[in-house]
Design a protein. Structure first.
Length: 136
């Protein structure tokens, strides 16, 4: 089954910390495999876990549980090829290298990127984005 949505790092953190009702409702409308995260997002989340000090063990368990429900999509050749045009379209923004990789991955998979930071992703011409936190 082809995924339909990819969760950005910020929405994953928001989900794990707050478990918002509005996002749960959107998840309930999806089938298993409809929602994925990028391997790039997993790398960012892993970094957050190792930086979390005393909460590291609890955060590790929470992340493990999260990726049982939300599969990790490998970053492969099509995603790497989509990175060139995505980076070119946003070359003036040098501080968001990982966002560019995540956007490229979503474009390559043909999925909608779900984010709570829409402004970080609006400049990617082929990228579809949704905010499940502010959607009505």
């Amino acid at each position: 089954m082809k995924p339909k949505y990819m969760l950005d790092t910020n929405i994953c953190i928001y989900l794990m910390k707050h478990q918002p009702v509005e996002v749960k409702k959107r998840f309930d409308q999806c089938f298993v495999g409809d929602v994925v995260i990028s391997a790039i997002t997993l790398a960012e989340l892993e970094y957050g876990v190792v930086c979390s000090g005393a909460a590291q063990l609890a955060n590790r368990a929470q992340l493990a549980s999260f990726i049982e429900d939300v599969p990790v999509a490998p970053f492969e050749v099509l995603a790497a090829r989509a990175y060139g045009p995505a980076r070119l379209a946003n070359r003036e923004r040098s501080q968001d290298a990982l966002d560019k990789l995540i956007a490229s991955h979503a474009i390559a998979l043909g999925v909608t990127l779900v984010t709570n930071n829409e402004s970080d992703f609006t400049a990617y011409p082929e990228l579809r984005i949704e905010n499940w936190v502010n959607s009505h």
